[in-house]
Ligand binder design. Structure first.
Ligand code: AMP
Ligand code: MG
Length: 333
């Protein structure tokens, strides 16, 4: 997200908060900056004290997950694995293993389109750096990475730990960790007795219940027009929706757009003919991994893959056309 856009969003949120609901309003909204994005938790029908207690705990949980799984924070469990020598098993705690196991399951299911071991390639592209990159890495650098990485999965799980097999592999859970953090926030809200809420991390979300009988209504951002929604979605019950797009982190040079969803097979940003992929699934972790995978796979393979995974999706192609699975939920009016 550009700095200007980020601050305009922040000002908007602060303004909304300032004139937001009073103590008697049913909907309560709190926003925090976490995982490089604005995270809003909205609850419905709680007292101010109940809301504050539950929401504070949920945000604390998301911050804990970020500190554990971020590959940008040098002290995180993931960064410690990345800093260790290749070829030797390394112990990690059960929660990190759980997320890695899931990530590797999606890697296998997607035929390698989703890859949690892309840290060295992500660094080469520098998408997470400030200021953002203005030019791609050289072709030689990308080729050198492809050679160092070799084929195969690149990571092996051992009893209570994992082994990174070579220098071309490093952990980057950027395609799945936000979803996991959202799921954890929902669990904490549930432990506090919350039944109706939405955890929305920059457009990636999971809902619980509804708003006094009405669904939570959410706009999916238009990939080329940040102020417009390309679809409006009504969600209620227990469901997540996560979007991967070529507009989230990117730069344009010589009229070419380079974005942050990388094709592990080429070492370049995925050119699958899609601008965005929104996935609805029962957990935000699954929706997160699936949306990244489908973005890399493209519409044909991606739609078949979603069906196989039992999830629903809306794909926006290069012409801005929507392609949806039959069960993708949208607003009725
Ligand atoms: P998302 O926004 O969920 O699609 O995830 C994109 C982020 O995941 C990037 O910023 C990278 O950190 C990482 N990533 C990039 N390409 C892939 C890929 N093919 N598989 C898994 N993670 C990826
Ligand atoms: Mg993702």
């Amino acid at each position: 997200m550009g700095v200007v856009r980020f601050f305009s969003l922040l000002i908007l949120v602060l303004t909304l908060t300032a004139c937001g609901p009073g103590p008697t309003e049913k909907k309560k909204e709190t926003t925090q900056l976490l995982m490089g994005t604005l995270v809003t938790i909205s609850t419905w029908g709680l007292s101010a004290a109940e809301d504050e207690k539950a929401v504070t705990a949920a945000f604390r949980e998301m911050a804990r997950v970020e500190a554990l799984l971020s590959s940008h924070k040098p002290e995180s469990a993931i960064s410690r694995v990345n800093a260790s020598p290749r070829g030797f098993p390394r112990k990690v705690d059960a929660e990190v293993l759980h997320v890695m196991r899931e990530a590797m399951r999606f890697q296998e299911l997607s035929g390698g389109a989703f890859d949690p071991g892309l840290r060295p390639l992500v660094r080469l592209w520098r998408f997470s750096e400030t200021p953002p990159p203005v030019a791609p890495p050289s072709r030689d650098e990308v080729t050198a990475w492809l050679q160092a990485r070799g084929g195969g999965v690149g990571v092996e799980l051992t009893d209570g730990g994992m082994v990174l097999l070579n220098r071309g592999v490093g952990l980057d859970l950027g395609g799945i960790a936000k979803g996991y953090a959202i799921d954890r926030a929902v669990s904490v809200l549930r432990e506090h007795g919350v039944k109706n809420a939405i955890v929305n991390a920059g457009g990636d979300m999971r809902v619980m219940g509804d708003k006094g009988g009405a669904p939570w209504r959410i706009g999916v951002q238009h990939p080329r027009n940040p102020d417009n929604a390309i679809a409006v979605v009504d969600l209620s019950g227990d469901i997540a929706m996560v979007t991967s797009g070529d507009y989230e982190r990117y730069f344009v040079t010589k009229e070419r757009r380079y974005h942050h969803v990388l094709n592990p097979g080429t070492g370049y940003p995925a050119e699958s003919g899609l601008m965005s992929v929104s996935v609805q699934a029962s957990t935000a972790m699954a929706a997160d991994a699936l949306s990244t995978a489908v973005f890399v796979m493209g519409p044909k393979r991606g739609l078949a893959f979603l069906k196989q995974a039992g999830a629903e999706g809306m794909l926006i192609d290069a012409q801005g056309r929507k392609v949806k699975t039959p069960g993708f939920r949208e607003a009725s009016e």
